[in-house]
Design a protein around this ligand. Sequence first.
Ligand code: GRF
Length: 215
Amino acid sequence: MPRLKLGVLISGRGSNLQALLDAAADPAYPAEIVTVISNRADAPGLARAAARDTQTNVIADPDRVAFAAEAERVLRGAGVEFIALAGFMRILDTSFVAAWADRMINIHPSLLPAFPGLHPQRQALAAGVRFSGCTVHFVRDAVDTGPIIAQAVVPVLDGDDEDALAARILTAEHRLYPLAVRLFAERRLTIAGNRVAIAGGTVPDIVALNPSDCT
Ligand code: GRF
């Protein structure tokens, strides 16, 4: 079966892009990254793509409609079938979101619907939750909403600051995003309303406790 052609949109560091590039380096992985678009010319993630001979594009137009039109041209040109937002920090035009509905996903460093928007790790610490994590979801118009595909949970430790929690979540992101893309590429996801059904696979039978048994 031909590999699914993936386009990745970034704005910065690109560590999730790297995780996807690493996954796709295995020819058995069912998706390949055919183009990367950044809205910032100085995004370090661009070099990660270039290092893997992956096409890169900078579209810096601040106008949402103009950005969408240019992105559409690039994506079409590269034959993109599926988009992964990976630290992409701009709001996308409504018509672009509609055009890619059910073919565009995002990763967010919280257990959505908790803590959408900016500084989710700071929000988690302020709320005093004992678990946080990350979520991969289909993209809908409102920021950080849309049917949830997969989540990873990490504990919040007593001494955590924002950076420590973010680092723990990021490690989980790098496992979760390639998994979610693979599930899509294997055509195992079915969206019904706000829920996503996943064909096959296993569900962990763990119930995580934090603190775990205190003796
Ligand atoms: C990640 O935490 C991602 O969940 C969020 O932005 C951050 C991007 O990091 N949307 P990177 O650019 O992938 O390293």
